[in-house]
Every structure is written in C-alpha cells, then in structure tokens.
Design a protein around this ligand. Structure first.
Ligand SMILES: *[C@@H]1O[C@H](CO)[C@@H](O)[C@H](O)[C@H]1NC(C)=O
Ligand SMILES: *[C@@H]1O[C@H](CO)[C@@H](O)[C@H](O)[C@H]1NC(C)=O
Ligand SMILES: *[C@@H]1O[C@H](CO)[C@@H](O)[C@H](O)[C@H]1NC(C)=O
Ligand SMILES: *[C@@H]1O[C@H](CO)[C@@H](O)[C@H](O)[C@H]1NC(C)=O
Ligand SMILES: *[C@@H]1O[C@H](CO)[C@@H](O)[C@H](O)[C@H]1NC(C)=O
Ligand SMILES: *[C@@H]1O[C@H](CO)[C@@H](O)[C@H](O)[C@H]1NC(C)=O
Ligand SMILES: *[C@@H]1O[C@H](CO)[C@@H](O)[C@H](O)[C@H]1NC(C)=O
Ligand SMILES: *[C@@H]1O[C@H](CO)[C@@H](O)[C@H](O)[C@H]1NC(C)=O
Ligand SMILES: *[C@@H]1O[C@H](CO)[C@@H](O)[C@H](O)[C@H]1NC(C)=O
Ligand SMILES: *[C@@H]1O[C@H](CO)[C@@H](O)[C@H](O)[C@H]1NC(C)=O
Length: 764
C-alpha cells in the first residue's frame, strides 16, 4: 500500500533478472556493491534474496507478537472481523489467533522478512486500510514492475479485457488504431484474470472488485496502479502473453532510500535496519509525540485533476511529461484536491461535474481553499443554469472530517449530516477516559502536562472529550459515564454512538486550523438530489465513504461505479474502508504512558497507584522498536449507519451501487467521455449499465430507503445485547459534567502546531 507514483510510459526491458553470479555472493552484499557503484535501483530478485537472507529473530518476534496482540485491542473492528455478517466476502478473520499461529511456527519461517510479511498479511486480509502494520524490514525496499495494466470493455457493459496501459493510451491518443494492439491472456504463464485476482489479495479493500481496481492504472490521472507500483515483491520478472501470441518479459525492479554501506549479509542487515533506526520510536522522533509534519506514507496520494502530479515517497523515477487529460476547469483548487467542470453539447448543456480527488490536499491542510472552491463552483453552476451534477469521487481515499462535512453542507444546506461513530470500549480506553474525565478541569495537572510534554492535554486526549460530542439524537452527553457505556454489540463493548458538534469553536473537536463551517443560513440547494449522481471506482474509502454515506442515506443520491471483476452483476460503490478516525498505534501507547505518569504523580482517584491495566500496552519495547512510527496504525472508531437498529458497522454493510459500468477504450483516459458514459447510465440503466448490475436491494434503485436528515427516532435506536450495570458505569465519573474553561492560547505558532496535530489525529 505504498503511495501511488507516476505512470511510466515505458515498456523497456531493463536491468538484469537477478544476482547473476549467485555463486556464494551474499545477496545483501550484492545490493551494497551495486549501490556503491552508483545504482539507485536493483533487480527485484536480488533485493528479495537479500531480505530473504535475514535470519528470523525468534525470541524478538515472540515478544513482538505478544505486544501486537495487546496493541491490536485498540482496533475498533477486531470482533467484527472475527464474527462478520454472512455476506462479508472474506469470511471470519481472528487477528489474535492468526498472530498466535505465526508465533507458534516461527522456526518454520525462512527469514525475518517472511515472518513480517505474514504479520502484515493479517492486516491486509482485514480489508480495512486503516489497519496497517509496516515494520522496518518492510520499509527498506519499494517494488516496481515496468508495466501497468488496464481493463477495458468494447462498449462499457460487456466484460472487459486486459491491456497494457501504454498500448491503451496510444489508442486513446489516436496514435495507433485498436486493431494494432492485443489484449493480455496470460501473466507469468497463468491465466491473466485468476492471476490478478490472486495478486489482488494484497490490496487492502473490502472486496475483490475494489482490489482489482486498485491494481489497474487510471488513464485520466495517470496513476499507475498497484500492479505496477507493487505492494510487495512478486517475482523477479513479469511475463505477459498477448492474444496475438507475442510474449514480453519485464524485469521487476526494487529501490531503497537506505544506505547499505557495511551491510555484508542478512545478519548485518538486521543489525543495521531492524534495531530501531528506521521505524523505532526514537528514529521516528516520536519522543516529541504529535510531531507537526505528519505525512501518511501509506495509501494513495492525491493526484490533482488539473494535471499536476505528486510523486510518491518511494518512487524515485523522473517525472514524465504530464498529459493534460482533463478539460479546463470552471474553478479548481491549486492543491489539486477539488475542481469543477461544465459539460457541453447536446443533452449535456446543463450538467456540471464536481471532482473531489481528496479530502486531505497536502498543500491545503485545513481545507480553506477547498471550501472556497466548492462554494465558487456552486455559485458558478447556479449562474450558468447548470442544474444536473456528477460528483466524481474516483480514487478518493479520504482525508479530513471537517471537509467532507462542509462539502455536504454546501451541497445540501439544512440537511444536517450525521456521521455517527463508536469507540471500542476496551479496558485501556475506558481507564484513560476515567482519568481524562477526572482531570479535565484541573489546571494544575494540565499545566504539568504542558511543562512535561510541551503539548495541550485536551487536544492530545480529544478522543475522550465527550463534552464536545453529540449523541445519536443531537443531544450532548451529560457525563463520561453516559458516553462510555459500554454497550454490547456482536459480543464486544462499545461506547455510545458519538458525533461531532459542528458548532464547537475550538480545535479539540472537529474544527481545525481556523476552519469555519459554511454558514447555511441563507443558502439554498443548487442541485436537486434526483439530478445528481455519484461516480466512484470502488476505491472510495474513509472520508470518501463517509460523504458517500451522507449522499446516500441522508440525501438519497444514486451511484454509478466503474470496474471490478470481469463478470456481470452488481458492484459495491465503496470498497475502501468505511470506518472512522485512524491513529498511529504509537499514539495510544504514548497516551497510556503519559496517563500512568500523571496518575503516579498526582494520585488520581480514578487511576490508583496499584492500577495495572495500562502496564501491558506501555511495556511494548519490541513493537516500539520495530513499528514505532506513524505508518503502523489502527482504526479508532467504527462508522455507524443512521437508522441501522442492529448497529452493524458500515464497514460490514454490503451496498451495491445503483449501476455498474466498465471503462471503454475512450472513457478510461478521457474524463469527459467517462462523465458522459456515467450520465447515460444514470438516465438509462437498462441499456447502459452492466447486465443485472442495477436494482440490488441494498441500493436506492433496489428500494433502499434513506433515513434523511431527521433526528433519529427513539424506536430506531439500536438495542445493545446488554449494557453494564449502572454502578459499574457510574464508577468512572467522579467529575460531573462541567468541561468548560479551555486555557488561553500561547500564540500563533502554537495554534498552528496544535491544529496540525489535530489534523493528524483526524485523518479518515
Ligand atoms: C501520442 O502522440 C502524441 C504526439 O506525438 C504524443 O504527445 C503522445 O505522448 C502520444 N501518446 C502516447 C500514449 O504515446
Ligand atoms: C501483439 O500485441 C502486442 C501488445 O499489444 C503488441 O505490442 C505487438 O506489436 C503485437 N504483435 C503483432 C505481431 O502484432
Ligand atoms: C519468464 O520468461 C522467461 C523466459 O522465457 C523464463 O525464463 C522465466 O522463468 C519466466 N518467468 C516467469 C515468472 O514465468
Ligand atoms: C428542484 O426541484 C423543485 C421541485 O421539484 C423544482 O421546483 C426546482 O426548480 C428544482 N431545482 C432545480 C435546480 O432543478
Ligand atoms: C514546544 O513546542 C513548540 C511548538 O511547536 C516548539 O516551537 C518548541 O520548540 C517545543 N519546545 C520543546 C522544548 O520541544
Ligand atoms: C455544541 O457546541 C456549541 C458550541 O460549543 C454549544 O453551545 C452547544 O451547546 C453544543 N451542543 C450540544 C448539544 O452540546
Ligand atoms: C441572511 O439574509 C438576511 C436577509 O437578507 C440578512 O439580513 C442576513 O444577514 C443574512 N445572514 C447571513 C448569515 O448571511
Ligand atoms: C513523568 O515523566 C517525566 C518526563 O518524562 C519524568 O521526568 C517523571 O519522572 C515521570 N514521573 C513518573 C512518576 O513516572
Ligand atoms: C487538581 O489536582 C491536584 C493534584 O491532584 C489537586 O491537588 C487539586 O486539588 C486539583 N484541583 C482541582 C481544581 O480539582
Ligand atoms: C443477478 O444478481 C444477483 C445478485 O445481485 C444474483 O443473485 C442473480 O442470480 C443475478 N441474476 C442473473 C440473471 O444473473
């Protein structure tokens, strides 16, 4: 799940297949030699041989796994993974039992690399891209094929065939005709589609359709896709066989940002890279926790629609000439996060397009520009009499809560968004919350916090700031105990459903960096919901999934989704993660550590000196050494559906799009053609949607009834399997209800830091 790089329009066979003189040369020494000779990329086979020569640290890994078993208790959907609904494509996954399996077989693993890949595979199998395990050894190399693929249909509804992207782009550009290129039949000697479905199991999405879409290149933004920008090693070369009989061999490459000087073999590799230098707490400078310049190294980076591209972190290639495939926008953000377009031509004259690439535009961290662009787009649309709208959410993998909420409010003023979430009420979470509640108004202790750790207590513990939350029915929580619950669902404990209070004016809750939600007072709806369609490529997740939920369950907007398997039938509009906030695992450890320190320093009532609950999460040295940076993460909250009385998390709710289409040779590379295809399918599902892909009962076209903006009714509240006794619930609330009195600010730079901090903690 590395960031996306740039699409290389190159099919050259480069490099050598692997270590040529394999005779007794240590594979890691070979890499060191190549690097000392100036090589910046290596044959993938050689890099793999090096990794695979690192001996298993049996004792260290035993400890590491035990620590992970504790730390993963912070992941919100651990029990839903273990006991998912029947229609969850991947079946049951017991994270803890899987770790135990690896632990009891450590001697059988060929190398330390294989152990860590096996642990990582557990997280990938969760289908939840908020659960990440990326330890040191898996950060040393990035991997690449020199070829990328697309899946294209003759007419948009027939099942697609596979092509090399560069071939397809040449056809799209009119440089050659379609007859000159041939589709792909085999990859590495195996039938291409089964090969790819198998490979796609390394893509962290909720179903096979989404995983396959993650592999393909995107012809409009030129994102290469994970077939090319590999998630991991997949062989030294890639042989492609075409229908016309031609075979091409592509040598796979690896690259690294690490210096291999002094690395002589697998053992010295371990000493150099696996003792904390790459991802240990100190190396990652987590000493100063909540460091300001947080960058998620995981997950796709936004590729702006105006043709400007970011290169991914691990991608060291030169930037190729950029294709200007998008039309002139009516309005666009310099950050690339959002842009608006108007279509023209017979039947398209009143159609506008809002393209939302990302709710986390790097160059616009608080979304101030983003917000303005959406507003300008709506004004321009109104002035130009555009009254039908395509919301293009392709490749959008999330971002910040405030932006998705504000965007929804701008499009649908007076239809309050819902966005309910629950925390997993594990013993660590509950104890920290008890203590937070006790000291929330204690200036003495909060001053101590600031002096000791140079940060603001309330902002660092914002996940427990119940007084800033709304409940499922728009009321505030009167006490921590009331919010904490816990309520039992699927055999596991959760807090009550919480939502952000959009009227909050501090940085502790949902408003960050001086952001103000759009004033709805005098706003009117520019586009009627029946005249809007969402366009997704199933990769939508996180904040994108959250806005999809508002668009569907609040506003009743239909969706058209492109791609997936080469079969007919429905596809889910959102195959990315449908959960709430994601946090680096190391943050939870540090929050626990600091709270224990406070309890010992100030003799808290709620956290007595002999209380040992948090000791196990604090005492995790192997985890902090091997995976103590921001890349290893868990999901803090489950996202809930308004009106779902079962309280099944959205993540586990199957939802077909209203229509499925496939890209054609024209639409995959030309956004305007794709938008027209989507509009056609929206108007005429019978003939323009893939057979049997419309009318699934989970979709609006199949009768799903949106809840709407109305306050949740009592009878629609979910009924927990049980709640704890009131005495137990009351125990954690020594403090009462008053959470007023935020300390004064210390100056602009401090505010900026806090704001960034909060953003970091609010990535969706
Ligand atoms: C097609 O030809 C044009 C003009 O020579 C060139 O700019 C473009 O890069 C070509 N497209 C591809 C995919 O090779
Ligand atoms: C066969 O198809 C491949 C892939 O499109 C193409 O590169 C090659 O030129 C074709 N070979 C012939 C002989 O047409
Ligand atoms: C790819 O083709 C080459 C040359 O025919 C062959 O040596 C190699 O084993 C093939 N690799 C795979 C993974 O099929
Ligand atoms: C939205 O629908 C209403 C009622 O059907 C209609 O009066 C109004 O003109 C529509 N607005 C637009 C922008 O189409
Ligand atoms: C405390 O945080 C501020 C704000 O980021 C920073 O400028 C300062 O250097 C920090 N002080 C220490 C001692 O780390
Ligand atoms: C929401 O926040 C505002 C501003 O802090 C506050 O006045 C209001 O009471 C809050 N709403 C609830 C229901 O707590
Ligand atoms: C809304 O419109 C009214 C009447 O034109 C005006 O007095 C008021 O200031 C406006 N409010 C906002 C928040 O723009
Ligand atoms: C709390 O942490 C500070 C800073 O690391 C340390 O100096 C102090 O000894 C700790 N106190 C306790 C009781 O652990
Ligand atoms: C804050 O905590 C300190 C240390 O426990 C205690 O002495 C003090 O009374 C508390 N202050 C308030 C306002 O509760
Ligand atoms: C249509 O799709 C549904 C799943 O949504 C499937 O159960 C049914 O068998 C399909 N019907 C046909 C005719 O393919």
């Amino acid at each position: 799940m590395w960031g996306r790089g740039l699409l290389l329009a190159s099919t050259a066979v480069v490099g050598v297949r692997s270590n040529p003189g394999a005779n007794n040369v240590e594979p890691c020494a070979y890499i060191a030699t190549l690097q000392s000779e100036g090589a910046s990329s290596f044959p993938a086979g050689s890099a793999f041989d090096c990794l695979n020569s690192v001996p298993v640290d049996v004792e260290g890994d035993k400890k590491l796994i035990d620590e992970l078993k504790i730390a993963w208790q912070w992941h919100s959907d651990i029990s839903w993974l273990k006991n998912p609904p029947a229609d969850w494509e991947d079946g049951s996954l017991d994270l803890i039992a899987e770790l135990d399996k690896i632990k009891s077989n450590l001697e059988q693993f060929e190398s330390e690399y294989q152990v860590q890949i096996a642990i990582q595979k557990i997280t990938v199998r969760s289908g939840n891209f908020h659960l990440n395990y990326i330890p040191d050894i898996l950060q040393v190399f990035g991997w690449q094929r020199d070829v990328s693929l697309v899946a294209l249909s003759d007419d948009g509804v027939k099942v697609p065939k596979l092509y090399v992207t560069f071939d397809a782009l040449k056809v799209a550009d009119g440089n050659i005709t379609e007859e000159k290129i041939s589709d792909i039949t085999k990859i590495n000697g195996a039938d291409a589609w089964p090969y790819l479905e198998n490979l796609a199991q390394w893509e962290q999405y909720r179903d096979t359709d989404g995983r396959l879409n993650s592999l393909w290149a995107k012809g409009d933004t030129l994102t290469p896709g994970a077939f090319m920008m590999q998630s991991r090693f997949d062989g030294a070369e890639t042989n492609i066989t075409f229908a016309n009989g031609t075979e091409i061999e592509y040598i796979n490459t690896a690259w690294t940002n690490e210096a291999f000087k002094d690395v002589k073999d697998g053992k010295s590799f371990y000493e150099k890279f696996c003792k904390g230098s790459i991802s240990g707490v100190d190396a990652a400078d987590n000493e100063l926790i909540w460091k300001p310049e947080f960058k998620s190294k995981r997950g796709p980076t936004a590729v702006p629609p105006n043709g400007e591209h970011h290169s991914s972190l691990l991608h060291r290639r030169e930037t190729p000439a950029v294709y200007q495939r998008f039309p002139e926008p009516v309005v666009s953000a310099d950050s690339g996060g959002v842009a608006g377009y108007f279509l023209d031509g017979e039947g398209y004259d009143d159609i506008a397009v809002l393209k939302i690439m990302s709710f986390a535009p790097e160059k616009d961290p608080y979304g101030l520009e983003f917000q303005t662009v959406v507003d300008q787009f709506l004004v321009s649309s109104k002035n130009a009499n555009k009254n039908r709208l395509i919301i293009d959410l392709r490749e959008n993998d999330g971002g910040s809560m405030q932006l998705l909420l504000d965007t929804f409010e701008q499009l649908f003023p007076h239809r309050a968004p819902w966005q309910g979430a629950r925390y997993r009420a594990n013993p660590h979470f509950k104890l920290i919350g008890d203590a937070v509640s006790e000291i929330y108004n204690n200036d003495t202790i909060q001053d101590y916090y600031k002096e000791t750790w140079n940060g603001t207590f309330k902002e660092h513990y914002r996940h427990w700031a119940y007084s800033h939350f709304l409940d499922a029915q728009n009321k505030g929580f009167e006490s921590w105990a009331q919010f904490k619950g816990p309520e039992l669902f699927n055999g596991d404990q959760y807090t009550k459903t919480m939502r952000y209070n959009l009227s909050n004016e501090d940085d502790i809750s949902v408003r960050l960096g001086g952001f103000k939600f759009t004033d709805e007072t005098n706003r009117t709806t520019v586009f009627n919901h029946t005249d809007i369609v969402m366009f997704t490529d199933a990769l939508c997740g996180s904040a994108c999934a959250a806005i999809h939920e508002e668009f569907k369950n609040n506003a009743g907007i239909r969706s058209v989704t492109v791609g997936g398997r080469a079969i007919e039938g429905p596809i889910q509009a959102v195959s990315g993660n449908k959960g709430g906030e994601v946090v680096p695992l190391i943050r939870g450890i540090q929050q626990a550590d600091r709270m224990r320190n406070i309890s010992r320093t100030f003799s808290l009532e709620s956290y007595p000196a002999d209380e040992a609950t948090l000791d196990e999460i604090i005492d995790t040295p192997e985890l902090q050494r091997r995976a103590g940076d921001d890349m290893t993460r868990v999901q803090a909250q489950l996202m809930m559906r308004k009106g779902d009385k079962s309280s099944k998390p959205l993540q586990y709710t199957y939802e077909a799009a209203d229509c499925r289409i496939f890209y054609t040779h024209e639409s995959f590379a030309d956004p305007v053609t794709a938008w027209k295809q989507v509009w056609g399918a929206f108007l005429d599902p019978e003939s323009k949607c893939v057979k049997n892909s419309t009318g699934h009962k989970s979709s609006l076209s199949g009768g799903f009834v949106p809840y709407g903006p109305w306050t949740l009714k009592d009878e629609d509240l979910p009924k927990p399997e049980s709640t704890e006794t009131s005495e137990e619930a009351a125990k954690g609330s020594p403090e009462g209800t008053d959470f007023e009195g935020v300390g004064s600010r210390e100056g602009a730079s401090v505010i900026a830091l806090f704001a960034t901090v909060a953003i970091m903690l609010m990535q969706l």
